[in-house]
Design a protein around this ligand. Structure first.
Ligand SMILES: Cc1ncc(COP(=O)(O)O)c(C=O)c1O
Length: 409
């Protein structure tokens, strides 16, 4: 190879914000697991944030019919009218929220809807509050908009929930918004109605944009997750309900999600979508209409399976020396144990310095993939997904225990 080629590559000047962008930690962990599997290694992955169930047949049937009917053309950029109506119906049925079609944008996944809303709203000099631990992409999306993320620590002993006083103290002249996520990825924490009520008062007074990520709303174990706009309806005028069909309908690969909020911002986000990607996949949109408007029993059946797994995972995690899990997650399909007890230990000289280094060690030594807590803003934690079979979970925990037994101080 021409030695100059490498050098000239190094000299490429990327866009400043893109150059600073890290790969998604969850996707990176899953990719490493997939590569090892492809190389013939027997890896058990507890890394992926996706249900292991197949998409329900009625949804796949709707897609097959759409293909047979040739529904293969461009659609309106923010989604076809029938899909927006299905989303309106869902928001009313599940969240008690009324929206007009002009207040809805469908996108290629919740991720795209969120990124476009954040890009449309925030600018250089703005601050956006992110209660932490938080999903890895929130900070990246805020930084890409030019705004800066204000991470507000939500300690484990407070159930990983945002404390109203800490919220008050984090708000400055520059603060323009907050991103809430209940149930939370990665902690599984679910806000109660009274907690949301307290936060809502502060947010309303401060006049902040409230972005509510409701992606895990259907995976809750102790009654429905209340919606902050239902608790404080006045927030809805400066709020966005952000959601996805990925988790509730086991549709991660289909790429469909949506945002609902004030129409001026929705229109701006849709202009961005129109320029940088266009409409979400047409067949997926038709499948999504069936998902949202058809019988909702499959989601409940998945939930019950997650509940059984949660019990097993909590029991097994609590038995592992060096792990601690004070809070039983109230939602989503993750546990987020504290591994402070393992910091400073080593396996054959390889030291555990944080969640990421423990995750790397576990993948190499036990062929179990998990995600270190560092990029969630919790370097002494790790995230384990239980969106896999009970059999896989038991084998994964057997392997983890055998590695832990070999650790030395
Ligand atoms: C909290 C949270 N929000 C949004 C998303 C985006 O989901 P998708 O883009 O698959 O719809 C995810 C996916 O993992 C998530 O965990």
């Amino acid at each position: 190879m021409n030695p100059g080629a490498d050098e000239s590559l190094q000299m490429i000047k990327l866009n400043r914000r893109i150059a600073a962008l890290k790969p998604s930690a969850t996707m990176a962990a899953e990719t490493r697991a997939t590569e090892l599997k492809a190389a013939g290694v027997d890896v058990i992955s507890l890394a992926a944030g996706e249900p292991d169930f197949d998409t329900p047949e009625r949804i796949k049937d709707a897609a097959r019919r759409a293909l047979a009917e040739g529904r293969t053309k461009y659609t309106p950029v923010a989604g076809m009218r029938e899909l927006k109506d299905a989303i309106r119906l869902k928001l009313k049925r599940d969240n008690g929220l009324d929206y007009d079609v002009t207040e809805i944008m469908a996108s290629a996944g919740g991720k795209q809807a969120e990124a476009n809303i954040i890009a449309a709203l925030f600018d250089e000099g703005d601050e956006v509050i992110i209660p932490t631990p938080a999903w890895v992409s929130f900070v990246a999306m805020v930084n890409l908009s030019g705004a800066s993320a204000t991470l507000v620590d939500c300690p484990e002993d407070a159930g990983f929930s945002l404390d109203p006083d800490r919220l008050r103290r984090a708000i400055t002249r520059r603060t323009r918004g907050i991103i809430l996520n209940s149930p939370s990825n990665p902690t599984g924490a679910v806000y109660s109605a009274s907690q949301l009520g307290e936060l809502a008062k502060i947010l309303l007074d401060a006049g902040l944009w409230v972005l509510s990520d409701d992606v895990y709303e259907h995976i809750v174990y102790d009654g429905a997750a209340p919606h902050i706009f239902q608790i404080e309806p006045r927030l809805k005028a400066k709020g966005f309900a952000l959601n996805s069909l990925s988790k509730a309908y086991a549709m991660t690969g289909w790429r469909i999600g949506f945002a609902a909020g004030p129409k001026e911002v929705i229109a701006a986000a849709a202009r961005l979508q129109g320029q940088n990607s266009g409409n979400p996949n047409s067949i997926t949109q038709i499948a999504a209409i069936e998902a949202l408007t058809g019988p909702q029993g499959e989601t409940r059946a998945m939930m019950e399976e997650f509940r059984r797994r949660r019990q097993l995972v909590v029991e097994r995690v609590r038995k592992i020396p060096g792990f601690s899990l004070p809070n039983v997650p109230g939602g989503a399909f993750y546990v987020f144990p504290n591994i402070s007890g393992l910091i400073g230990m080593n396996l054959d000289g390889r030291e555990i310095s944080d969640g990421n280094s423990f995750a790397d060690l576990l993948l190499d030594a036990a062929h179990v993939a998990i995600v270190g807590g560092n990029d969630f803003g919790a370097p002494h934690h790790v995230r384990l997904s239980y969106a896999t079979s009970i059999e896989n979970l038991n084998s994964a925990f057997d392997r983890i225990e055998s590695v832990i037994a070999r650790l030395k101080r």
